[in-house]
Design a protein around this ligand. Structure first.
Ligand SMILES: NC(=O)c1ccc[n+]([C@@H]2O[C@H](COP(=O)([O-])OP(=O)(O)OC[C@H]3O[C@@H](n4cnc5c(N)ncnc54)[C@H](O)[C@@H]3O)[C@@H](O)[C@H]2O)c1
Length: 368
């Protein structure tokens, strides 16, 4: 059988890991990483040298020339839609970084086209692949919690992320889109329930003083369809000497049980004279190992999530149907539900009202 031909569109800070994940799969699946598209030509030679693939400035030209089966899209939060739609229209299966879109009209359009064309639209919601979270999902499946009542989750980045890494596009996103999306999907997946309504407040303070027009933090009260009430804090102004780039965790309480997960401090702490303060290591996310031949390879749930997409495409080529895969991966519909919830969060901040996420009418608020 012909090898599946894969490519990545948008090779920035995170897209590079898509390329590593796909390259590593060549050893175990009948797949081939054949190309990348990156609009910034200054990045081309490094990609070509590291992966030995052609790099296109224009992703449409790559799609026309490379006879692809699947692409991953790792452009920034608000730049997914056109690329995803064009890829689907060319008959390609698509993995897209979270959030699917920052507008629910766009996310719905992507879901509909994927459905119409019978193609996979998968979202890189990697928190579902964290083994500590998978164990909690197993406890939910065994009905150990009874009825979920309430909970709390938080995801907070050091200020370097909006101030230094994303300063060019930070005004087009928010901590709810960039960080909160991960936990809304995780909690929805764990409880098997969608967000029904939201009430939210946002703070604009430190980043505005630095000339960056985005929220420092957003606190949301999410009511789910199962009536559980979950508070979500998302922020990106932690001091840059915090013990890791991201602080994250959650607790869920039901009528019959409680779980608390520190998804940031997994028990490994280090301190060196050459560095400021102590560090915590979430090694399960992604790290570089060497195999017995000394060949480096990335491992962790951040890689597994990307590779799962290709495994799904292989399953389809081997005769499984999309219906048979349903519920086994973070789908376009799941991404659309998260987009609706976060759109409602921003609308709630703007209006001061509780917003019904499931009214049936797309909210289509201004993004941030
Ligand atoms: N899953 C995760 O853990 C995780 C972590 C960080 C970021 N992300 C998500 O990944 C996405 C990308 O984030 P990032 O940090 O890599 O951003 P980035 O700005 O570093 O990279 C985006 C890249 O896309 C390129 N690009 C833009 N338009 C393009 C086009 N039309 N064709 C080809 N290339 C184009 C840019 O030049 C840039 O190199 C975001 O949606 C972000 O939320 C996910």
């Amino acid at each position: 059988m012909k090898k599946l031909r894969i490519a990545t569109i948008g090779v920035g800070r995170f897209g590079i890991f898509h390329l590593h994940a796909f390259r590593q799969l060549e050893e175990i699946l009948n797949v081939e990483l054949v190309a990348a598209a990156e609009i910034d030509a200054t990045k081309h030679s490094a990609i070509k040298n590291n992966f030995n693939i052609p790099v296109y400035s224009n992703y449409l030209e790559m799609i026309e020339k490379e006879n692809l089966d699947a692409v991953s899209v790792a452009t920034v939060d608000y730049q997914h839609k056109d690329i995803v739609l064009n890829s689907l229209m060319h008959g390609l299966h698509v993995l897209v970084e979270k959030p699917l879109d920052t507008n629910s009209i766009g996310s719905l359009e992507m879901v509909n086209i994927a459905k119409e064309r019978k193609l996979i639209l998968q979202i890189d919601f990697h928190k579902r692949y964290d083994p500590y979270h998978v164990e909690i999902k197993d406890l939910v499946k065994k009905n150990r919690f009874g009825d979920f009542l309430y909970g709390y989750c938080y995801m907070e980045d050091q200020i370097v992320v909006p101030r230094d890494w994303f300063k060019d596009w930070v005004s087009n996103t928010s901590p709810a889109w960039f960080l909160g999306s991960n936990f809304i999907d995780l909690i929805s997946w764990l409880m098997n329930s969608r967000v029904k309504s939201v009430y939210a407040k946002g703070q604009k303070n430190k980043l505005q003083k630095l000339g960056l027009d985005t929220y420092d933090s957003i606190t949301s009260m999410l009511t789910f369809e199962n009536n559980a009430i979950i508070t979500l804090d998302s922020s990106w102004v932690l001091p840059e000497n915090f013990s890791s780039i991201v602080n994250q965790g959650f607790r869920l309480i039901g009528t019959e049980g409680i779980v608390e997960a520190d998804s940031h401090n997994r028990g490994t702490t280090s301190c060196f004279t050459s560095e400021k303060g102590i560090r915590n290591h979430n090694s399960g996310f992604m790290h570089l190992e060497k195999d017995i031949y000394g060949k480096p390879r990335y491992v962790g749930y951040g890689i597994n999530s990307i590779q799962h997409f290709i495994e799904n495409v292989v399953h389809l080529k081997n005769g499984l149907t999309l219906n048979e895969l349903e519920g086994t991966y973070p789908s376009g519909i799941d991404g659309h539900e998260v987009t609706k919830a976060i759109e409602a969060i921003h609308l709630s901040i703007e209006t001061g009202e509780v917003i019904d996420v499931q009214k049936g009418k797309e909210l289509c608020s201004k993004v941030v």
